[in-house]
Design a protein around this ligand. Structure first.
Ligand SMILES: [Ca+2]
Ligand SMILES: [Ca+2]
Length: 582
C-alpha cells in the first residue's frame, strides 16, 4: 500500500498486559498502545516497500513468558490493485436490498445460532431469505437490462434480535452475514460482476453499529462510542455542519447522538476507532476489488474523520468513487461535501458523488403538480439551474428513489407514464444514475406510504413458486412488460453514449407543459423532450435554433422513427422522447 503503516487491534484476555514481538523481514513494530480495557492492545506496524507476502507469528509475552501467539498474514496484492476503477457517469447503478431480491440458497435461510433465526415473507420487517447466491444467479438479468453496476445494501453480519434484514446494524465489520452467504460467495459475486462488466458497490456504515456488536461487552476505550452511559438521540439537524451560527450543543448532539437505542453511535474522534474504520474500508476494497462505496448517513460522522476516511481511500485508489447519503433537498448542503468544493469552514473531503436529493424531490414534484408559472415542470428546470453550486455536477448520483423513501411510482401516483418520463430524465440528465430494484416492473408501496418494509418488497421471481417472474417475464402485466422493455432499451442505448456520460447540457425554459433539453459534445447531439400534457401536443423546434442550426433530422432512439426538424413534432400525451440529432 502507499501508506506503510498498519495498526493491529488485538483482543484477548489480559493481552493489554503483554509485550508483543515479531520477526519478519520488512515488518517492524513502531509503537504499542494500551487501551482502557486490559483485553486490548493496539500495535503500530511499519511495512517496508517490497516486503514479501507471507505469514509470521506475533508473540505476546508476560514476565518473559509467551502467553499468547497469533499468526498474521500479509497477503499478496492483486495485479493493479490500486488501479480499481470506481463508478462514473458511464455507469447506471442497480440498487438491491439483498434480503428482498432473490433467494438463491434456501439452506442459509435460518441460521439457528443467530438471534433472528426464522424467515417470514408475510412480515415486511422479517427476513425473507434473499442472499448473495440470489444476486449471483441474477447477474445475467441485471447486465442484460443494461445496468453496469450493482449496489447491494450491507451484507455484513447483523446479529440483531429483529429487523436484521436491512443490514444497517452491523455486528462485525469483518464478517459476512451467514444468512446472506459466506466471504467466498461475496468474492465470487465480485468476480462474476467483473466478468459481466458490472461494478460492485459496497454499502459502508461508519456512523453506527448494531448494539450486539461483540465489542459492546468490553469496549477497548470508554469513548469508543458516544454517550456510553446515558443514551442521547441525535437531533437530526444536519444543517449544523454548515451553519455559521449553530450552537455547539446542537452540533454535538447532531454528530454524537444515536439514531435508535439499538444502534450505538461510533466516536470517530477516537483515533484508534478511526484507524480501524479506515483500514476496514480499505480491506473490503482490496478484498473484493470494489467498484465503489456508498457511505450511509454521511453527515452524522465526525467531519475531520470523514475527510481522512474519504481521502485516505482516494490516496490508495486514485480512480475510486464514493457516494454518500446527505439527505437534504437543499443543493447548498449537498454541494458542501463534494470533492473539490471550496468551503469557508475549511472542510475539504474526497467524496466524489453526493446523492442528488434536491433533484429527486424536484423530479416527482414537477411531474405531479398542476402546471402554473412557478409550479410543475418548471421546478425541474429551476432545480437544474442550481448546478452552479457544485464542484462537479456531472459526478452527482441521480435517482428517482431508494430503499429509504417511497417508491418513485408511488411518488408519481402510480402513473406508469409519469414513471417512464421520470426514468428517462434520470437516464439522460447529467450525473450517475441509480435505479432501485423492481422499478422496472412497477413495484410500488401506495398501500403504506413511507413504510420501509413495503418499500423493500420481494422482487417477483426471486423465490421458488412466485406467481410472477420478472427475470423471465412470466406472469407480468402489459404495463410491467412495457416499462421493463423500455428501460432495457434505453439503458442499453445509454451504455455506448459518451454524449450522455460526459456531454454538456443545454436546456430551454419549459413552455406549455413541455420541457426540452439537449446533451451534446463535438460529435453528437441528443434532444430529450418531456411532455407533461394529458393530450397529444405539437412542438415547433424554432426556439431551439441555437443548437439545431444546420441539422435537418432527428431519430427516435427507441423506435427508430425519423422526423424532419423543419416540421412540428407530435408528442404523445405524458411522454418522454429521446432523439439523436442528425
Ligand atoms: Ca437464502
Ligand atoms: Ca454520529
Amino acid at each position: 500500500m502507499k501508506n506503510p503503516s498498519l495498526q493491529l487491534m488485538v483482543h484477548a484476555d489480559g493481552i493489554g498486559e503483554t509485550i508483543p514481538s515479531l520477526n519478519y523481514p520488512g515488518v517492524t513494530i513502531k509503537k504499542i498502545h494500551k487501551a482502557d480495557s486490559k483485553n486490548y492492545l493496539f500495535i503500530d506496524l511499519l511495512v517496508a516497500k517490497n516486503t514479501k507476502p507471507g505469514r509470521f507469528p506475533i508473540q505476546f509475552k508476560k514476565d518473559g513468558k509467551v502467553v499468547h501467539a497469533y499468526v498474521y498474514e500479509l497477503l499478496q496484492r492483486k495485479p493493479n490493485a490500486s488501479q480499481v476503477k470506481g463508478f462514473t457517469a458511464a455507469d447506471v447503478i442497480y440498487l438491491i436490498t439483498p434480503d428482498r431480491f432473490a433467494n438463491g440458497d434456501v439452506s442459509n435461510d435460518v441460521i439457528s445460532t443467530m438471534r433472528e433465526n426464522k424467515i417470514d415473507r408475510k412480515n415486511d420487517y422479517g427476513r425473507h431469505g434473499g442472499d448473495i447466491r440470489g444476486i449471483i444467479n441474477s447477474l445475467d438479468y441485471i447486465a442484460g437490462m443494461g445496468f453496469t453496476a450493482i449496489w447491494p445494501t450491507p451484507l455484513l453480519e447483523n446479529d440483531m434480535k429483529q429487523s436484521s434484514y436491512h443490514g444497517y446494524a452491523i455486528t462485525d465489520y469483518y464478517k459476512v452475514d451467514p444468512r446472506f452467504g459466506t466471504l467466498d460467495e461475496y468474492k465470487e459475486l465480485a468476480d462474476k460482476c467483473r466478468q459481466k462488466g458490472l461494478k460492485l458497490v459496497f454499502d459502508g456504515v461508519v456512523n453506527h453499529t448494531g448494539s450486539q456488536y461483540w465489542w459492546m461487552k468490553d469496549l477497548p476505550f470508554r469513548n469508543w462510542i458516544n454517550y456510553p452511559d446515558s443514551l442521547r438521540i441525535t437531533n437530526h439537524r444536519r444543517t449544523v455542519n454548515q451553519d455559521l451560527y449553530a450552537a455547539e450543543s446542537d452540533k454535538e448532539l447532531m454528530v454524537r447522538g444515536w439514531f435508535v437505542e439499538t444502534m450505538p453511535d461510533l466516536n470517530q474522534s477516537n483515533t484508534f476507532l478511526a484507524e480501524f474504520l479506515i483500514q476496514n474500508t480499505i480491506w473490503w476494497i482490496e478484498t473484493l476489488s470494489l467498484g465503489g462505496i456508498r457511505q450511509d448517513t454521511y453527515p452524522y460522522s465526525q467531519k475531520k474523520f470523514l475527510e481522512q476516511w474519504s481521502c485516505r481511500i482516494i490516496n490508495e485508489y486514485p480512480q475510486f468513487s464514493i457516494t454518500g447519503e446527505e439527505w437534504s433537498t437543499n443543493p447548498l448542503i449537498a454541494a458542501y461535501w463534494q470533492k473539490g468544493k471550496t468551503n469557508t469552514t475549511g472542510y475539504n473531503g474526497c467524496l466524489k458523488s453526493p446523492m442528488d436529493f434536491p433533484l429527486q424531490q424536484a423530479l416527482w414534484q414537477s411531474l405531479t403538480e398542476p402546471e402554473a408559472w412557478d409550479k410543475g415542470i418548471v421546478k425541474l428546470y429551476e432545480a437544474l439551474a442550481n448546478d452552479f453550486v457544485y464542484a462537479n455536477p456531472k459526478d452527482l448520483l441521480v435517482f428517482g428513489d431508494n430503499h429509504d423513501m417511497n417508491r418513485i411510482l408511488t411518488f408519481l401516483n402510480n402513473d406508469a407514464d409519469l414513471l417512464q418520463m421520470a426514468m428517462t430524465y434520470i437516464l439522460t440528465i447529467r450525473g450517475i444514475p441509480q435505479v432501485y430494484y423492481g422499478t422496472e416492473v412497477l413495484i410500488e408501496n401506495s398501500a403504506k406510504p413511507g413504510d420501509h418494509g413495503l418499500i423493500r418488497t420481494d422482487f417477483p421471481g426471486g423465490w421458488e413458486g412466485d406467481k410472477a417472474n420478472a427475470f423471465t417475464g412470466a406472469g407480468l402485466s402489459a404495463d410491467q412488460l412495457r416499462i421493463q422493455g423500455y428501460l432495457k432499451k434505453l439503458l442499453n442505448w445509454r451504455k455506448g453514449k459518451k454524449v450522455i456520460h460526459d456531454g454538456s447540457t443545454l436546456h430551454f425554459a419549459p413552455s406549455n407543459g413541455t420541457y426540452v433539453y439537449f446533451r451534446y459534445n463535438k460529435q453528437e447531439k441528443v434532444m430529450v423532450i418531456l411532455n407533461k400534457n394529458e393530450k397529444q401536443t405539437e412542438l415547433s423546434t424554432g426556439r431551439f435554433n441555437e443548437i439545431l442550426k444546420g441539422h435537418q433530422q432527428a431519430v427516435n432512439v427507441l423506435t427508430g422513427e425519423q422526423l424532419s426538424l423543419q416540421e412540428k413534432i407530435t408528442l404523445p400525451a405524458k411522454s418522454a422522447t429521446v432523439w439523436e440529432i442528425r
